[in-house]
Design a protein around this ligand. Structure first.
Ligand code: AMP
Ligand code: ZN
Length: 476
């Protein structure tokens, strides 16, 4: 499989440290508000990646943190803790907010068929690990105390800006524009590992540490949680593109300084979901949620299809018009599967199965081209093969796509037959006879089948055999 790697800035062949095993880490949500559908775009694409690894035969261990402390309103260590902001907004405690929005996040994930990672670790449960790693960083000369806080010293690294060509001068006018300067930092790019004296007075959650009572910075949590559960090497690290700098850059700095060797080989970044007015973000007022889409009558899996229809490395513009196109596409696929389910199934054609599956894999092997993997579903529907082969293929692909296609088609058929069920005893008799005749035909008892047809005709009922089954007309 070829995957674009932000670290090398090209598509690389995906090779794991240990054959057959993938160690995967995902930056989890900051649980001070609902996840918006932009956040969920990242989690949908990461879910497809994880499932495609599993589909390809890898044994995957995936770890995700829950950020419930330390993520300040600016990624550059300034502003207030987002959790505290959420707690104030809702007049609740930080822990109440964290529990509520963590549950809401997983409820959204379930609706979108996003699998829960093997390990989910809230930052507040790993404080001892953070302290241990920070102590080692101080011991090794990579961290220093200033103004009561502990900072990572980026000047101790040969190369700090690993992902891009940011230069300090650019950062001054660009990324950190309007951000107050922290006079404690030795270098502009240095970042906080542990807050004590500053930004601490009204912090609700704080812990004892060798440097005084305080709380961890945001970046340290992902390094520590990953190393705690996956060891000191990682195959692939995922997140939205905004996390590449400074969050992931800082994660690499502190992890590699701590372990003394390369930490993670592949960096998978999902580009943003935007609206016509710009990037969707939790902090800038109105944002769209899964519940909002549901309240407008959208099936959350249609949003998943909407995401799959474009490449994860392109920004995607959300509009209801675009979502409606995804609804039409979803309904069309489901309707075609429903008619396949009604047809005579036939045998599975192994050669056709293998060749259509190869098309699906080729799409995903090429830097997770989900849009072409959806096209592979259309190729199946159009193919000249048996319904049994098509249904088997769609079920197989759906392990990765997570669109519940066959389930939705079956539900549509069930709804249709429930609607057709009548209280009229005459209609019930006709339907029972049609079912009996279908059984007779299946058992090659054509004499009985013809007798039922004649019997019904006498009562004015004309049977009509179609590809989708038998219907009837009542003659006056
Ligand atoms: P947060 O809850 O803010 O920590 O973000 C959770 C995840 O969503 C991170 O991986 C972010 O990079 C990602 N993210 C944030 N905004 C967007 C967006 N508009 N589109 C896609 N992903 C996003
Ligand atoms: Zn992270």
């Amino acid at each position: 499989m070829q995957l674009y790697n932000t670290l090398t800035r090209r598509k690389d062949e995906f090779v794991t440290n240990e054959p057959g095993k993938v160690k995967m880490y995902t930056c989890g949500p900051t649980v001070y508000h609902y996840a918006h559908i932009g956040n969920l775009r990242s989690y949908i694409m990461e879910d497809v990646l994880e499932k495609y690894f599993r589909y390809s035969g890898y044994d995957v261990t995936r770890v995700m943190n829950i950020t419930d402390v330390g993520h300040l309103s600016s990624d550059a260590d300034t502003g207030e803790d987002k959790m505290l902001k959420g707690a104030r907004r809702e007049k609740k405690t930080v822990m109440e907010i964290a529990k509520f929005y963590t549950d809401a996040f997983f409820a959204d994930c379930e609706k979108l068929n996003i699998k829960t990672p093997d390990v989910v670790a809230p930052a507040t449960t790993c404080i001892d690990e953070f302290i241990k790693v920070i102590e080692v960083l101080i011991e090794k000369g990579y961290a220093y105390e200033a103004g009561g806080n502990i900072y990572f010293d980026t000047s101790k690294l040969e190369q700090y800006y690993v992902f891009n060509d940011f230069r300090e001068e650019d950062l001054e006018v660009g990324v950190r524009e309007g951000v107050e300067e922290d006079g404690n930092k030795r270098n502009k790019a240095d970042f906080v590992l542990w807050f004590t004296k500053s930004k601490f007075d009204d912090q609700e959650l704080k812990w004892d540490s060798p440097w005084g009572v305080g709380y961890p910075g945001w970046h340290i949590e992902c390094s520590c949680i990953s190393m705690k559960h996956l060891g000191d090497t990682l195959d692939i690290h995922c997140g939205g593109i905004d996390n590449a700098f400074p969050h992931h850059t800082n994660e690499i700095a502190q992890s590699e300084a701590y372990i003394g060797h390369k930490w993670c080989n592949y960096w998978f970044h999902v580009h943003h979901l935007n609206t016509n007015s710009g990037k969707m973000s939790k902090s800038s007022g109105e944002f769209l949620t899964v519940s909002l889409l549901e309240s407008k009558g959208y099936n959350p899996l249609v949003y998943r299809l909407f995401c799959l229809q474009s490449h994860y490395r392109k920004s995607l513009v959300f509009s209801y018009e675009n979502l409606d196109n995804a609804v039409a596409a979803y309904n069309k696929i489901v309707a075609r599967i429903a008619s396949l389910l009604k047809a005579e199934q036939g045998e599975i054609d192994k050669a056709a199965f293998d060749s259509l599956k190869a098309g699906f894999c080729a799409a995903l092997d090429n830097d997770l081209n989900t849009s072409l993997s959806v096209t592979a579903v259309y190729d199946v529907l159009k193919a000249d093969t048996t319904p049994a082969t098509k249904i088997a293929l769609i079920n197989d692909f759906d392990y990765v796509l997570g669109l519940d296609l066959v389930k939705a088609a079956q539900a549509a058929l069930d709804a249709e037959s429930a609607q057709n069920t009548s209280d009229d005893p005459f209609v019930q008799e006709i339907e029972a006879k049609i079912a009996e005749r279908a059984d007779a035909k299946k058992n090659k008892d054509y004499a009985r089948a013809d007798a039922i047809r004649a019997e019904l005709l006498e009562k004015g009922v004309v049977l009509v055999d179609t590809k989708e089954g038998t219907t009837y007309k009542i003659e006056k």
